[in-house]
Design a protein around this ligand. Sequence first.
Ligand code: SF4
Ligand code: FES
Length: 360
Amino acid sequence: MAALDLMPAPLGLLAELTHRCPLGCPYCSNPLALDKRDDELETALWARVFREAASLGILQVHLSGGEPAARRDLPELVKAAREAGLYSNLITSAVGLTAKTLGALAEAGLDHVQISIQDSDEPSADHIAGYKGASARKRALASEVVRLGLPLTVNMVVHRANIGRVEQMVELAQSLGASRVEIAHVQYYGWAVKNRAALMPTREQVDEAVRQVEVLRARHHGQIVIDAVVPDYYARFPKPCMGGWGRRSLNVTPAGKVLPCHAAEVIPGLEFWNVREHSLAEIWRASPAFSAFRGIGWMEEPCKSCSRRELDFGGCRCQAFLIAGNARAADPVCHLSPHHTLVEQLAAKREDAAYSYRSS
Ligand code: SF4
Ligand code: FES
């Protein structure tokens, strides 16, 4: 019996409202084949998805993209999330989002804003984003978020070009009035796989950044929360990706496919159901893609008999496929994986090549 009451209840919904985006970040986690504007879900369908998410017990929706502000109905979507009783977090590049629209979003009931900033050094930030003037626009919009009384998180993705400026990045986030800053090392999915050798930091850089974060946490304690996402290529054990496949969250693509994680489409043979044909509850309960790696029954050795199998769930299925060519294998980041040397080889491959920017 696969009744809903025997399933873990999901906690969060990532609503990828559109893949359209004015920026071209070389580490974008969107797929290489982007959903087209004509295929995007209509406003009413998103509103239905939000209601169904709330009925499933989900408390929080992350309105993401691409750049969610590329959708003109964004205030209506925020209102729909509020009416469904969901806490809404807007994940934005802040480019293409005007102060006027932000005001409308606040009016519609938006709860939280997360702005990505590519670097504390402005020319470098614009170069990484592939958009001249992006940094100035982001800083201006951050001020507006704070002026409206909305809580602000600044997200800084770090890699070889900016990893030496973690301290300045935290100071910038604080000066912008953020209550939280995320120092997130690039995760190698989507466009970041294409740019891996250009983005990969050295182990020494990573160790220094990790040390810096600890110093900064002590220095800014009580003023700003510093979250850090460590780069798993240098770890001994993998991350429990998504908190376990099909355990905590759902990711709805612009065209309505529901994925257990943002990168799941790289795994061949998975069947994803679409909210146009199924309710979110049906998808959570019975979609073949969600069932594929739920629990631990699918595991192969060494995960199958490992004492950590219910702590990290064998790591990341997408990374296992991307590096080892087998989505059932242990995440090769794990030092117990027979494929771990591949990760060491990839981490050692660094080339100062021009970025391959994400296209729209
Ligand atoms: Fe995790 Fe598998 Fe490695 Fe054990 S062998 S630590 S379960 S990835
Ligand atoms: Fe897909 Fe980790 S990104 S399971």
